[in-house]
Design a protein around this ligand. Structure first.
Ligand code: SF4
Ligand code: FE2
Length: 635
């Protein structure tokens, strides 16, 4: 077991308070679970039928097959496919909601605008739609129609969002493997069917279907969601704000948005601005909205809302005693929050029909009633402010200045200051000459099995020291923001000389007056699509397969099924994808070998599992070095 719970000083300061207040946290429950089930950890426990549960003895003395005859290889791959399909389902559901919102906005049925007509036109053109002379509502409806066509496609046509956005060389590879997804709902249904009792018993076929789910996630989940959200709310541009629990303000109403879909949190931000006077009448200085997980990242990227906490510290945010209301939408919301909130004056508010928590107040969110819902929620926070117990309040005084908002468009715009005609050229030239050794995307969660944030921070420290440019999303971005990697001081402190020179030159050319940060915050988990777009653009510019680029991915502390589906997508893009927590596959030697080695011959990418962040950094540097060598670049 790990020795320390967190490296975040704010978390470390609050843990004794949690104990003093008699509040159980995720770390207590983790300890209570020890030792965790060895069969489950290795992925060799099956509950896919009621003859089971069955388990395979990994040491070879006990059963080698389940009651039906399923081997360890089959059980491990079936479990993995279901997990990855679960992650893809979450993202496709998210994207679906965003498509519906755009449809209703375009029809004028809801009070949401179409904020980014340029992005709308760019997406429409990509889909092959005629753009000229159309008003934005009509064009948006055509884009919505194309999205619905993907989501309801009954034939064998591959997902259009993939066909128009993925690198051409990759599409050819996926086609040759027979893994181009059709309608995403059908693919997810098929994965459930394929893995039920008495179905597929071929581990290779099951791994290929897992790769297909990665593509469902990447294009019908991540990419579709980001596209819709950028059209509705605007494509992010650089913003300056702060991260960590020190952003909470003791004299303000503190309202936290937590979850993933920004349809409500955008409204909360708007109404918190409008209702400041009511908060002042209630005795506060105003309303401070801050974010947890990816709803936090979404409103950070577009509205400069500060980040309060990442996944593992969501309970600790409430334990400050200073949160008046926490409003949650979907995904990564610990059911424990209701119990934690009950120990303070905090109002925990659930909003979605598929996320209800006994003990929380449920304020149903609908697109039609979004403004009313947001006002009700902001007013609940103001009312709760009056119930505060000042003796229970402790806000750790830790926060870091951060620059975020690095959409691909924002990165290209900064690079255009250096070369307006070929904006990617300065980036590529510096990769070629070795000033930038490579690019690594760090994504995903915290996992209680690792000391909070340590894998993110120590891995990235070593990478940027070796002149690797890091782009980050999700809770990885939170971790790196809190640790000081998202401001120009971070460039001075952590970046190697080559990287520092490039970041300084771009910062100057773009008129920022300071270097760009060594880690670029590209947004929420669905915004991993932005990283995909960047990789696709680089491959396109160089006219090479993305699998040959000196680019890698890492989920340093993955916990969610979504992290597995995102990671699988990264592998299908041809990237070596590091996981800093061991996934439940080790019960099958053959499958582990396939995922971490054999797969690269077939698809170009592979998983790389390493829990030690320094060793992982060396492994990723080695991977980048070998890709540079193959491209004939200096190593
Ligand atoms: Fe056991 Fe097979 Fe049923 Fe799984 S599907 S529980 S291995 S009998
Ligand atoms: Fe997320």
């Amino acid at each position: 077991m790990k020795s320390q719970k967190s490296i975040d000083p704010a978390a470390l300061e609050l843990l004794p308070k949690a104990a003093l207040d008699g509040v159980e946290t995720v770390w207590d429950r983790y300890e209570a679970q020890q030792p965790q089930c060895g069969f489950g950890s290795l992925g060799v426990c099956c509950r896919h039928c009621v003859q089971g549960p069955c388990r395979i003895d990994p040491f070879g003395n006990g059963p080698k097959a389940g009651i039906c005859g399923a081997s360890a290889d089959v059980i491990v791959t079936r479990n993995l496919l279901r997990q990855v399909a679960g992650g893809a389902a979450a993202h496709v559901d998210h994207a679906y909601e965003a498509v519906e919102a755009l449809e209703l906005a375009a029809k004028g049925n809801i009070n949401y605008s179409i904020a980014d007509e340029t992005k709308l036109q760019q997406i429409a053109r990509g889909l092959g739609l005629e753009v000229s002379d159309k008003n934005k509502a009509d064009l948006a409806l055509e884009v919505v129609e194309a999205a619905y066509a993907d989501l309801a496609n009954h034939g064998s046509k591959p997902v259009q969002w993939l066909m128009v956005n993925a690198p051409k060389e990759r599409i050819a590879v996926w086609q040759s493997l027979g893994i181009l997804p059709r309608n995403p709902d059908r693919e997810i249904r098929e994965a459930m069917h394929q893995t039920t009792m008495g179905m597929d018993a071929d581990p290779v076929n099951l791994v290929l279907s897992t790769a297909k789910q990665g593509l469902v996630d990447g294009y019908s989940g991540l990419k579709l969601a980001t596209d819709m959200q950028d059209i509705l709310f605007g494509t992010p541009t650089p913003v300056v704000t702060e991260a960590n629990l020190g952003v909470l303000k003791e004299d303000c109403v503190n309202l936290i948005v937590h979850g993933h879909v920004p349809l409500l949190s955008e409204k909360i931000v708007f109404w918190a601005g409008k209702l400041q006077e009511e908060a002042i009448l209630a005795g506060a200085k105003g309303i401070q909205v801050s974010g947890v997980c990816c709803s936090g990242n979404e409103v950070l990227m577009r509205n400069r809302i500060p980040l309060a906490a990442n996944y593992l510290a969501q309970e600790l945010a409430i334990i400050t005693g200073a949160i008046d209301a926490m409003v949650v939408d979907v995904q990564c919301i610990m059911p424990s929050l209701a119990k934690v909130a009950s120990c303070y004056h905090t109002e925990l508010i659930t909003t979605m029909p598929i996320v209800k928590i006994p003990g929380a107040t449920h304020v149903p969110f609908t697109l039609e009633g979004a403004d009313d819902t947001a006002q009700v929620i902001v007013r609940k926070a103001i009312t709760a402010y009056g119930r505060r117990n000042s003796k229970k309040i402790h806000i750790p005084n830790y926060k870091q200045k951060i620059v975020a908002g690095f959409s691909v468009e924002a990165i290209v715009s900064a690079l255009s200051a250096v070369n307006p005609n070929q904006p990617l050229k300065p980036l590529v030239d510096n990769i070629v000459n070795g000033n930038i050794f490579g690019v690594v995307a760090t994504v995903g969660c915290n996992n209680v099995k690792a000391t909070q944030d340590i894998v993110h921070v120590e891995l990235v420290k070593e990478l940027v020291r070796n002149n690797v440019l890091v782009v980050a999303t999700g809770c990885s971005a939170h971790a790196l923001a809190k640790a000081g990697f998202m401001n120009s001081e971070g460039t001075e402190t952590y970046a190697g000389e080559g990287l520092k020179a490039v970041l300084t030159a771009i910062g100057q050319a773009a008129g920022l007056g300071t270097p760009l940060p060594p880690v670029l915050h590209m947004g929420s988990c669905v915004d991993n699509s932005r990283i995909g777009d960047l990789v696709t653009a680089l491959a396109g510019y160089l006219n090479v397969d993305s699998a040959s680029l000196p680019v890698a991915a890492s989920a340093p502390e993955p916990q969610h099924e979504k992290a597995l589906s995102i990671g699988t997508w990264a592998v299908t893009m041809g990237l070596t994808t590091h996981l800093g927590v061991v996934p439940p596959v080790l019960g099958s030697k053959a499958v582990t070998e396939l995922l971490t080695n054999g797969l690269s011959d077939v698809i170009g990418g592979k998983f790389y599992v390493e829990t030690d962040p320094l060793k992982a950094a060396q492994g990723l540097l080695e991977d980048i070095r070998s890709k540079r060598q193959k491209l004939g670049l200096p190593c």
